[in-house]
Write a protein that binds this ligand. Structure first.
Ligand code: FES
Length: 274
């Protein structure tokens, strides 16, 4: 049984779930995900493993309640059990000593980057993390990142916390100055943000990795919803990723993928409100 040890709201629609899963906690690597099947009739949801506590035998997931199944999942209280949690799945992040590395996170993508940034810092990199959000209440995990990052810089679109603007505003400035230009950039967040990061680093030839978790649907390699062209080859984010070279990803095709299930999701959300 996969018991929910704690269910902590971080923002109005983002929850941190600590789940008992000893085997996954001891085997997981940065960048990997699990598939959560909360109840008999629930959809399977792929979620990045943000952290793990091997002593407690638990994993940490951040769940953004945006659709029918994720809303039901965040409504489950501590003490409840999930029907199944499968993983760890996906290819782990390739970690090496790049030197100066920037991690750019937007929204819940910040949680996706947490284990990656931690592993990069442990490998001897000087890590700067950029955390962006629309407003102050949507900025998450700044304190957690501060424990191992050289710098944590916050941007908000309304200027309510940190620098006003987008993470790309800060990244642009970093890239232009030789003394702050990173040797590698990792980005996780909304697809338009990852696309903007990749386009920004391209002229500087800075190695750029994007995490395509947002396009996964069932995470099993069966639904085809996460198909993406990478360097002219068809890849599945859940099997071949979720991380890819941002300069090789066909972001036009990716943007189309994201609208594939929009109608079904709207129907299910109406059902939840009835
Ligand atoms: Fe369904 Fe990858 S998420 S095939």
């Amino acid at each position: 049984m996969f018991r929910i040890l704690a269910n902590t709201p971080v923002t109005s629609n983002l929850h941190r779930l600590d789940i008992s899963a000893p085997r996954i906690a001891s085997h997981r690597k940065p960048g990997q995900f699990v598939i959560v099947h909360a109840e008999e009739d629930a959809e399977r949801i792929p979620l990045t493993i943000a952290d793990a506590d091997q002593r407690q035998g638990s994993i940490t997931l951040f769940v953004q309640a945006v659709g029918y199944s994720t809303r039901r999942l965040v409504a489950m209280p501590a003490g409840a059990s999930l029907r199944d949690v499968a993983g760890p799945l996906g290819r782990p992040t390739h970690i090496e000593r790049w030197g100066r590395v920037t991690c750019a996170g937007g929204g819940v993508g910040t949680a996706v980057l947490y284990p990656v940034a931690k592993a990069l810092a442990a490998a001897g990199n000087r890590v700067t993390t950029l955390i962006g959000g629309r407003t102050a209440s949507l900025i998450i995990m700044a304190e957690e990142f501060s424990a191992f990052c050289e710098k944590v810089l916050i941007t908000t679109e309304d200027g309510s916390l940190g620098q006003e603007g987008l993470v790309t505003t800060v990244l642009d400035a970093q890239l232009r100055a030789e003394e702050s230009r990173p040797q590698a950039v990792f980005a996780a967040g909304p697809v338009p943000m990852m696309r903007a990061v990749a386009e920004m680093t391209r002229p500087w030839k800075v190695h750029t990795i994007v995490s395509l978790n947002p396009i996964m649907i069932d995470g099993t390699g069966m639904c085809g919803g996460c198909r993406v062209m990478v360097n002219g080859e068809m890849k599945f984010a859940c099997v071949d990723g979720p991380e890819f070279d941002g300069h090789m990803v066909d972001f036009d095709l990716l943007a189309d993928r994201l609208t594939t299930y929009r109608d079904q999701e709207c129907r299910m959300l109406k059902k939840l409100e009835e």
